[in-house]
Design a protein around this ligand. Structure first.
Ligand SMILES: Cc1ncc(COP(=O)(O)O)c(C=O)c1O
Length: 403
């Protein structure tokens, strides 16, 4: 028999107060802009994900994996067939062979991989350098490890690495540097020469590199992605992170990987094991089967370059100035040439205005800086169906024609 429930007391239930581990974290601008876009019926080019589905062959590979009974816990580091596919792809593209047994770990998205790498390798009191503007998970990850984020700005206007500033930021307490190429939000892609300079800079130090390469297959105009896996010296001190969500148009699946030398991977896996432990089995089998054909990722640059060119051609007749877009699926625009009352708006206010008055949602670049600085630049995402891009272009051209 079930024992009777205790009689209710007159004391009001009370949740004990907590001291936040991340007091500075609130609702992000991404959530705010998406809600505003929906409320205004705006075309949402703020969200950094596709509004189209991934390849039907990938979907059916996952369904087949479910039907084949791949539904229980997989090995902690990921299913061996997927780790083998990842190792083979990296070797074929970048020339470095990672050992699947000890050097590749499948993660629940790149965001988890970044946090795991930081928690595993960084100690309280350490410093971790990030190059801003940067993806918003870096700083909270560093703070959760009890370390101090040290922000070094990419060069104003070009968003290229400033090696003098970077060198000046390295101290005996610097444990790691996070580099993201191709770069969100600016769309810049590091060159071979820049990677060489990075290798030169880090050579005399023990600084580790966390290489966020989630947009590795979105590099345009015939340029090559400069993975750390192309640079043996950098690979030896790096955790390379990439995401299937970006590569295969399935951001909601949250499957990614981290590849690193065995000594770094061993520490990475200690945290991974007690954080997520394992990642969704049928997705891993489906991805492994789908990766047997390299065409989808080899054809991705052409797929997105066409969208980039379509979008840029449509924007060329507006008063927005286009910044270069060498990679990623983001196009940054400078609105300083618009009517003075609009050009004078802060980036956040400009994006609100654009959503309300023009009907196109964008993200202010200031959201990617700690100090929220304004450069009169907004980020638009072109990972959208052509119809979505055309609808946005029609509104932008109608409201913001070039004079
Ligand atoms: C630079 C960068 N790193 C990491 C991520 C996160 O990837 P995932 O969805 O696999 O966690 C994103 C997603 O927008 C990103 O832009």
């Amino acid at each position: 028999m079930t024992p009777p429930l205790p009689a209710p007391t007159a004391v009001a239930p009370r949740t004990p107060a907590v001291v936040s581990r991340l007091p500075e974290v609130g609702t992000t601008i991404f959530t705010v802009m998406s809600a505003l876009a929906q409320a205004c019926g705006a075309v949402n080019l703020g969200q950094g994900f596709p509004d189209f589905d991934g390849d039907a062959r990938l979907m059916s590979a996952v369904k087949q994996a479910i039907d084949a009974g791949h539904n229980q816990y997989p090995p902690m580091a990921g299913v061996p067939v997927l780790r083998e596919a990842i190792a083979a792809k990296i070797e074929a593209l970048y020339g470095h062979r990672y050992d699947l047994a000890s050097e590749i770990t499948v993660t629940a998205g790149a965001t988890q991989a970044i946090l795991t790498a930081v928690l595993a390798l960084v100690h309280p009191g350490d410093e971790v350098i990030v190059l801003e503007p940067c993806y918003d998970s870096y700083e909270p990850s560093i703070r959760l490890a009890g370390a101090t984020p040290v922000r070094v700005a990419l060069s104003a206007g070009t968003f290229r690495p400033d090696f003098a500033r970077l060198a000046a930021a390295i101290t005996p307490r610097t444990r790691a540097l996070i580099v993201n190429t191709p770069h969100n939000p600016s769309g810049t892609v590091w060159t071979d020469a820049e990677m060489q300079r990075l290798a030169d800079l880090l050579r005399p130090t023990d600084v580790l590199l966390i290489a966020d390469e989630v947009y590795e297959h979105m590099v345009y105009d015939g340029a090559a992605h400069q993975s750390v896996a192309r640079h043996p010296e950098l690979a030896a001190r790096s955790v390379l992170i990439s995401s299937f969500g970006k590569t295969y148009h399935v951001t909601g699946w949250k499957v990614a990987f981290a590849a690193a030398p065995a000594a770094l991977s061993a520490e990475f896996r200690k945290v991974h094991q007690f954080n997520v432990f394992t990642v969704n089995t049928p997705m891993q089998h489906g991805l492994a089967a789908y990766m047997a054909d390299p065409a989808p990722y080899l054809e991705l640059p052409a797929f997105y370059q066409r969208k980039r060119d379509l979008f840029r051609a449509g924007l060329a007749s507006t008063a927005l100035r286009l910044l270069p877009c060498e990679g990623t699926y983001f196009q940054c625009v400078d609105y300083s040439g618009l009517a003075p009352e609009v050009a004078a708006l802060s980036e956040a206010d400009f994006c609100r205005w654009l959503t309300h008055e023009v009907g196109v949602a964008a993200i202010p670049l200031s959201a990617f800086y700690a100090d929220g600085r304004n450069q009169q630049v907004a980020r638009l995402c072109f990972a959208k169906r052509d119809e979505t891009l055309q609808a946005a272009l029609q509104r932008l051209n109608a409201h913001l024609p070039r004079r």
